[in-house]
Ligand binder design. Structure first.
Ligand code: HEC
Length: 226
């Protein structure tokens, strides 16, 4: 076992621990960075990513620390094995998270009331760019059945419907921000269209203009003066 509390030479102790276990530490850090970056890209909560990475890292960090000091030669030889261990843990964690119930329910409640769209094209553009999260006609993609992507998709649809649901328009408040969001380009969120996902939601400038004009003429959509 390593004596973490060697008060005589604490910094040297720390340095030697880092040197002995640099493959483990570097792999863990790399995993964390990759996790956070891809989490940001697919719009998955940061603390979930940290938990997932911790689950992969933990068994691989505990074992080598327990075994204590190793020579440089042994360390070098075990680098491949260390990375293999990370791979196995990653596969195990991926398997286990499939058992989590959250994200499996792909439910579309009944459509109760849509806006009285000014033109069919307005509705068409809204369906393409917005209905994936703000409607009761969500088309759930295949990857939405696989954790952790299923968690991200479920979370987007839940909070999207909470923010505004164009299939339950009777409950939409007067200070709706739809036109502003489209004008600012902040909706749909960037993670919705990265990696060529949902290409239909990438509206051209002309389509954005048409959509804004269409919404301005649809009852229930108002624009703030400021
Ligand atoms: C990937 C899912 C997704 C898509 C697609 C999407 N949204 Fe959203 N939208 C959300 C989420 C999640 C929220 C709530 C959290 C937030 O504001 O980011 C939201 C919030 C909103 C809000 C409320 C903003 C506020 O501050 O009150 C409006 C209005 C909105 N979206 C309009 C749209 C419009 C219009 C489109 C299509 C052009 C669209 N959204 C496409 C996920 C989405």
């Amino acid at each position: 076992m390593i004596n973490w509390f060697d008060f005589n030479e604490p910094s040297e102790r720390l340095r030697s621990v880092i040197a002995e276990h640099r493959v483990v530490l570097l792999t863990s850090l790399t995993l964390l960075v990759i996790g956070l970056v891809s989490g940001a890209i697919i719009g998955l909560n940061r603390s979930i990513i940290v938990l997932l990475v911790a689950a992969v890292v933990a068994p691989n960090i505990v074992a080598p620390l327990r075994s204590g000091r190793r020579g440089g030669e042994a360390q070098r030889r075990s680098a491949l094995r260390t990375i293999g261990g990370f791979g196995l843990s990653a596969i195990a964690v991926f398997g286990v998270i499939q058992l989590v119930p959250y994200g499996r329910e792909h439910y579309n409640p009944p459509v109760t009331m849509e806006p009285a769209w000014s033109t069919p094209e307005t509705r068409e553009l809204m369906v393409r760019a917005c209905f994936g999260c703000h409607s009761n006609e969500v088309r759930w993609p295949t990857y939405s059945k696989i954790a952790p992507f299923s968690w991200a998709v479920t979370q987007h649809v839940r909070s999207g419907r909470d923010a505004i649901n164009y299939s339950e328009f009777e409950s939409v408040e007067k200070d709706d921000e739809s036109i502003e969001e489209v004008l600012e380009g902040s909706m749909p969120p960037r993670y919705y269209t990265v990696f060529g996902l949902h290409p239909e939601a990438n509206l051209t400038d002309a389509e954005v203009d048409a959509l804004v004009a269409g919404l301005r003429n649809t009852p229930g959509f108002v624009e703030d003066d400021d």
